[in-house]
Design a protein. Structure first.
Ligand SMILES: *[C@@H]1O[C@H](CO)[C@@H](O)[C@H](O)[C@H]1NC(C)=O
Ligand SMILES: *[C@@H]1O[C@H](CO)[C@@H](O)[C@H](O)[C@H]1NC(C)=O
Ligand SMILES: *[C@@H]1O[C@H](CO)[C@@H](O)[C@H](O)[C@H]1NC(C)=O
Length: 247
């Protein structure tokens, strides 16, 4: 099956300056994030006349000094390979686990896992955890047409990111966002829903107050509706739902 993707040239992720509605939680007290889990529901396709992209939707963790660990649901840019290269549905959205290095590290090359093609309405669980200088990311489709498909990335943190003397993830920055490139970003016309977001910090210092500070908001590029916050325990924040909505 042919899709619009085949007409688009790959773009350099590092050089993007995109239109984004974003939601961030940033520690400034030395604490860091060490684990993130969430489910994303695959949205409808972009309008059929939109050919300029790519469009990315993701939540991820950013180490101090740059770079990002990010499971990305993407349209308009092909991944290096796919775990299900010939799905029975149209190849519109795929989940790819990206590791984008801090400037100058890993020869400035981002790592992309094999992708998973997923269909509208499919639910994909994404997970990332830091342990002993290793970032493990996984994504698994838990329901829908691509159910059971999964992909993994397992990389050395110091190869991609600046480390600190604490030997922890050094990831003080959590963010969820839409990241729309190209000349038709104003054609975004569907919600993207993230559910069961669990965000774990290394220690309990300042976690509850930072997470509790998250409120629904908008910017010129869209709206973020944030609902159902509670602490799972003193290091782990939970939200039932975050919905990113076009402006
Ligand atoms: C990640 O890779 C390391 C080194 O090869 C290995 O020891 C570890 O078991 C792997 N972890 C996962 C979850 O794949
Ligand atoms: C999109 O999300 C907003 C905010 O939660 C909601 O009011 C609206 O009904 C949603 N639209 C659709 C089509 O689901
Ligand atoms: C807190 O909850 C998270 C998520 O369920 C779990 O991974 C972690 O081990 C828990 N931490 C403690 C200290 O119980």
């Amino acid at each position: 099956m042919f899709s619009v993707l085949t007409k688009l040239a790959p773009l350099a992720l590092l050089l993007r300056s995109a239109s984004a509605i974003s939601w961030a939680l940033i520690f400034s007290n030395g604490n860091v994030w060490s684990e993130l889990e969430y489910t994303i529901t695959v949205p409808p396709a972009p309008p059929s006349d939109v050919t300029s992209g790519p469009w990315f939707f993701w939540c991820g963790l950013q180490p101090n000094g740059g770079g990002v660990v990010q499971p990305v649901l993407q349209w308009g840019q092909l991944g290096p390979s796919y775990v299900n290269p010939n799905p029975v549905f149209a190849k519109i959205w795929a989940m790819i686990l990206w590791t984008v290095p801090a400037s100058g590290l890993n020869n400035n090359n981002a790592f992309q896992s094999p992708g998973i093609w997923a269909a509208q309405g499919d639910k994909i669980d994404s997970f990332m955890t830091y342990n002993n200088n290793v970032w493990v990311q996984t994504a698994r489709v838990t329901s829908g047409q691509a159910s059971g498909q999964n992909t993994v990335s397992n990389l050395s943190a110091s190869q991609f990111f600046h480390t600190d003397s604490a030997g922890d993830s050094n990831a003080n920055f959590f963010v969820c966002e839409s990241e729309l490139d190209g000349s038709q970003t104003n054609r975004w016309n569907f919600n993207v829903t993230f559910t069961n977001i669990n965000l774990r910090a290394k220690t309990n210092t300042g976690v509850q107050s930072l997470c509790a500070s998250a409120v629904s908001h908008s910017d010129g590029n869209g709206f973020a509706t944030i609902q159902g916050f509670r602490m799972l325990n003193d290091t782990t924040c939970h939200w039932d739902t975050v919905i990113l909505t076009p402006p």
